[in-house]
Write a new protein. Structure first.
Length: 79
């Protein structure tokens, strides 16, 4: 008799390291949280849950990426 196969969580529906890094890069390039999350296949709500779960260091990088993105947008609007 064979053992039933256990199912692995589908990374398509979960945050991975690659998705989190791509998300932060998109914030850095001026995308909104909703747009960046959507571009990596996740929801805005799940992005905020991820930030809460990963804690202060991740939240600080998130804020810095958003700040840099806002500066980039402002500079590009002046050109």
């Amino acid at each position: 008799m064979t053992q039933p196969r256990t199912r692995r969580p589908n990374s398509r529906y979960r945050w991975t390291r690659a998705k989190a890094l791509a998300f932060l890069d998109l914030l850095y390039h001026g995308r909104s949280v909703a747009a960046a999350a959507r571009e990596v296949g996740m929801s805005r709500q799940s992005a905020y849950r991820l930030r809460e779960r990963l804690g202060a260091d991740f939240a600080a990088v998130w804020r810095e990426a958003q700040r840099s993105g806002a500066i980039r947008r402002a500079v590009l609007q002046e050109v």
